[in-house]
Design a protein around this ligand. Structure first.
Ligand code: MLT
Length: 254
């Protein structure tokens, strides 16, 4: 019957920077029929137009919840965020814990930006305004992948460049400012009362796996899976390992 075949879990996939929902294609396709994936383009990213003003993590999180409302998904969902998407997931959990049945935190961290990090956001926003999103993509690409991926999978690297360069300057600047001004999520970790899976690429050049270990240590009962042969974009670099870890985790949920 329809009910028997209806996917049991809704997963909200929140993309990283400077990307879009396109980064979740291997999950939406690979898990189709098993999970109901919802992958928004955050405000100003992908197809969602220009942000039309300053953007905060709160805006991103509230936009995601408004989308769930629009889709009639009032019951709690699994929230899966990668990197900046993880920052959004923390904010969504703080604002609406009742909408979250479980968390999947991929290639992300709890801490806020350091002063140096904040200055780097402003510098990158200026580069985006002066030189466009291509300059941002060129600077980011080498840090996004495991060395093995760059050597073995130039097609994937080209695809990611395509996703990055399809974004708008306003969207990139909005994301940089939202990340610069985000609060420290470290105090949130101990308050997380839903099952949590932490995923991290063993070869992440942008965010060391130690960040994933800190999340596991701080979140009660959290599980950590290190994905071998993957850097920062682990869901794209090792889609099968990522999807299997996600499915294993989903199968443990009530
Ligand atoms: C991301 O991958 O979403 C961002 O690079 C994370 C960050 O810059 O803090």
């Amino acid at each position: 019957s329809y009910a028997d075949n209806f996917p049991e879990h809704v997963v909200l996939f929140i993309h990283g920077y400077p990307l879009s929902s396109q980064m979740w294609v291997p999950q939406l396709e690979g898990l189709a029929g098993t999970v109901w994936g919802v992958a928004p383009d955050l405000r100003g990213c992908g197809e969602s137009g220009t942000p039309g003003g300053a953007v905060t993590m709160t805006d991103y999180a509230e936009d995601c919840v408004a989308l769930l409302d629009e889709l009639g998904l009032e019951d709690p969902v699994v929230v899966c965020g990668l990197s900046m998407g993880g920052y959004v997931a923390f904010e969504l959990y703080r604002l609406h814990p009742d909408r979250v049945s479980a968390l999947v935190l991929a290639a992300t961290k709890a801490g806020a930006d350091t002063d140096e990090g904040k200055a780097g956001r402003d510098k990158n926003a200026q580069i985006a305004r002066d030189e466009g999103v291509e300059a941002i993509a060129s600077a980011m690409i080498p840090k996004m992948f495991a060395p093995q991926t760059v050597a073995d999978d130039p097609e994937l690297v080209a695809e990611v460049r395509e996703i990055m360069t399809s974004g708008s300057v306003e969207g990139v600047v909005g994301a940089l400012e939202a990340m610069r001004d985000r609060i420290d999520s470290t105090p949130t970790l101990a308050t997380i009362g839903v099952p949590t899976l932490v995923l991290h690429g063993a070869d992440d050049q942008l965010m060391p796996p130690a960040e994933g270990e800190k999340l596991k240590a701080g979140i009660p009962g959290a599980e950590l899976v290190l994905i071998e042969g993957a850097g920062h974009l682990l869901n794209l670099e090792q889609p099968d390992l990522f999807n299997d870890a996600l499915l294993d985790f989903l199968s443990t949920l009530p």
